[in-house]
Write a protein that binds this ligand. Structure first.
Ligand SMILES: [Ca+2]
Length: 574
């Protein structure tokens, strides 16, 4: 097991220069062995140093996928055919303790670009969700404030070209687009025209947040866009995103760049239905022609996955994998492979119905990094790393000093990339969702679910509120839920929405498909788990006097984080 580590900012520039330094030393040895005259050697070394200095700054390809189950990764023994993604883990490194700080799309994505925990979100509408006490609620209510520094803006200022494709799901875009009546014909040229104009509106809006190039963009999930739903164009179209990525790289091959590549796979809508549906349907409506030639055909995906016996629900993982391979092939073709750091990140964990919670199944996620010539292949770092670490990593890599008003909660991963044994690496990771907060070390997890005083209701009030405003309306839309997820009179609040009765989504968290409750301690305020012995967190040890000291230790670790982020957390931090 590696020792722990740290990367403080004063060391940054020195460390950043290490890689070119190696190149110049080996060249210097070659020069001095072949040319004996000292002046010739000096002259040649001067040329060499100039060449190294002129070496382009490395590019960043940040791949952020959506809601991938562990079963979608071949190298993790999943039932999936993903040779390229497996290659990123095997020819690069795979972080065995990779975490997200909030286990749903929007706050996870916000943190990747802002560099800080979502509870620090300065966008005014986020604060509107605070309780009377000021407790923050981390949901899908996240976005950047005007002018707020973020990764693309900082990279842009440092001379990088910045690009985006895929899913945004931050500051809203749906209020800007032109409406389309439900049932409209997407093949009607008039409808096609509106949908193309809407796509332009969405792309222009995203550009305002620091991107020079935005193409093939979705405001949120394809299902969140009422115009896509109205025309049954709420589908995945991987080729559409792949083409945007390739176009961006080709257009910017001579400059350093940062590209945020956010495929909509493997989240909703049904991935297999998209894969086998009309390939002309896209996030900008029906295209004139299907996009061909950028990655293997959909028929080829179906043939290979059929031959490999992949279940239908996992077959689109190969479609995604092909899209990533096409982009990596482009890097090789343009000679950019060694100049490009690739980070692959699944935006939240999907195991044990834990998305939207602070349980391990939701906060543990897949993180890989690949950079030939810098990252030694095959590493399995054990450090606890998190999506807050991406921004400082990219800044160190690019030699960029972030602005003083940019709050960064993470640490650069560059020492780990270089195979160093970092000192003083973090002992625990912090996570937050709804009003649930947690810390996890390598062996222990502590989840706090304290309902603040202003939300305390009598049981009768709670049941009434739930039936009138939450569970009742939910049943009108999904009548099947009454049998599958019956109303729980004794449930106080659900962790994510903090609503009595919960969202449909939250009720999913209480039962596995076999009908057994998977999180029996879901409503307990204090939840302590020994994740080494009990990785699926079935046995809450918080009430067990034997673990009193461990509980206090974890509570203190959590208090440390809670004191540093905005708002109180009554019961732990006032
Ligand atoms: Ca997600």
């Amino acid at each position: 097991m590696r020792k722990q580590s740290c990367c403080q900012s004063p060391q940054r520039h020195k460390e950043h220069e290490a890689a070119p330094g190696h190149a110049s030393r080996s060249f210097a040895t070659l020069v001095s062995s072949r040319f004996k005259h000292p002046l010739v050697v000096l002259l040649l070394l001067a040329i060499c140093v100039t060449a190294v200095d002129a070496k382009r700054k490395p590019n960043v390809l940040f791949i952020i996928t959506d809601d991938q189950f562990r079963d979608h990764f071949g190298f993790l023994d999943g039932h999936a055919l993903t040779p390229t993604i497996d290659g990123l883990a095997n020819d690069g490194i795979y972080f065995e303790n990779g975490f997200v700080s909030s286990s749903v799309c929007s706050p996870s994505r916000y943190t990747c670009m802002s560099g800080h925990f979502a509870s620090r979100c300065p966008q005014p509408y986020f604060a509107q969700g605070n309780t009377e006490e000021g407790v923050t609620r981390i949901l899908w209510n996240i976005g950047f404030a005007d002018g707020q520094p973020n990764v693309p803006r900082v990279m842009q200022k440092a001379g990088y070209k910045t690009g985006f494709t895929g899913k945004w799901h931050l500051n809203g875009t749906m209020h800007l687009i032109q409406p389309i009546e439900k049932g409209s014909d997407p093949y009607d040229p008039k409808i096609q025209k509106i949908m193309r104009e809407n796509q332009e509106i969405i792309c222009n809006e995203i550009k305002k947040f620091g991107f020079d190039f935005v193409q093939a963009a979705y405001g949120g999930n394809p299902n969140d866009d009422p115009t896509l739903k109205a025309t049954q164009c709420n589908v995945h179209n991987q080729e559409w995103n792949t083409k945007a990525a390739i176009d961006f790289i080709e257009q910017n091959k001579d400059d350093p760049w940062y590209f945020y590549y956010a495929p909509t796979l493997m989240h909703v809508p049904d991935t297999f239905a998209s894969l086998t549906g009309d390939p002309r349907k896209s996030g900008m409506g029906v295209l004139d022609e299907p996009i061909t030639g950028v990655q293997p055909s959909r028929e080829s995906v179906l043939e290979r996955t059929r031959a490999a016996g992949i279940p239908d629900e996992n077959r689109a993982a190969t479609w995604l994998d092909d899209g990533i391979k096409a982009v990596m092939d482009k890097l090789v073709e343009l000679g950019l492979e060694q100049d490009t750091l690739i980070v692959y990140y699944n935006d939240n964990g999907m195991e044990y119905h834990s998305k939207g919670t602070c349980y391990q199944g939701g906060i543990r996620t897949q993180i890989m990094a690949y950079w030939p010539g810098v990252i030694e292949p095959g590493g399995r770092p054990q450090e606890l790393v998190q999506n807050v670490d991406f921004a400082p990593t990219f800044f160190e890599m690019a030699g960029v000093e972030p602005p003083k008003d940019m709050l960064l909660d993470g640490k650069s991963l560059m020492p780990i990339f270089r195979g160093e044994q970092p000192e003083n690496w973090r002992e625990a990771v912090y996570s937050e969702i709804g009003m649930t907060r947690s810390v996890a070390t390598r062996d222990w997890s502590y989840v706090a679910f304290y309902v603040p005083p202003s939300l305390q209701r009598t049981k009768a009030e709670r049941v009434k509120e739930a039936k009138e405003y939450y569970y009742g309306p939910m049943l009108e839309e999904h009548p099947w839920m009454e049998e599958e997820y019956p109303f729980l009179e004794n449930a106080p609040y659900f962790q994510l929405g903090m609503k009595p009765g919960g969202f449909a989504f939250e009720r999913w968290q209480l039962k596995d498909p076999k009908g057994t409750p998977w999180a029996p301690s879901y409503f307990d305020p204090d939840q302590l788990f020994n994740i080494e012995d009990d990785p699926t967190e079935t046995t809450n040890l918080a009430m067990n006097p034997e673990y009193k000291a461990q509980l206090e230790k974890m509570q203190n670790l959590l208090r440390g984080y809670l004191k540093s982020v905005p708002g109180p957390y009554p019961g732990l931090v006032d």
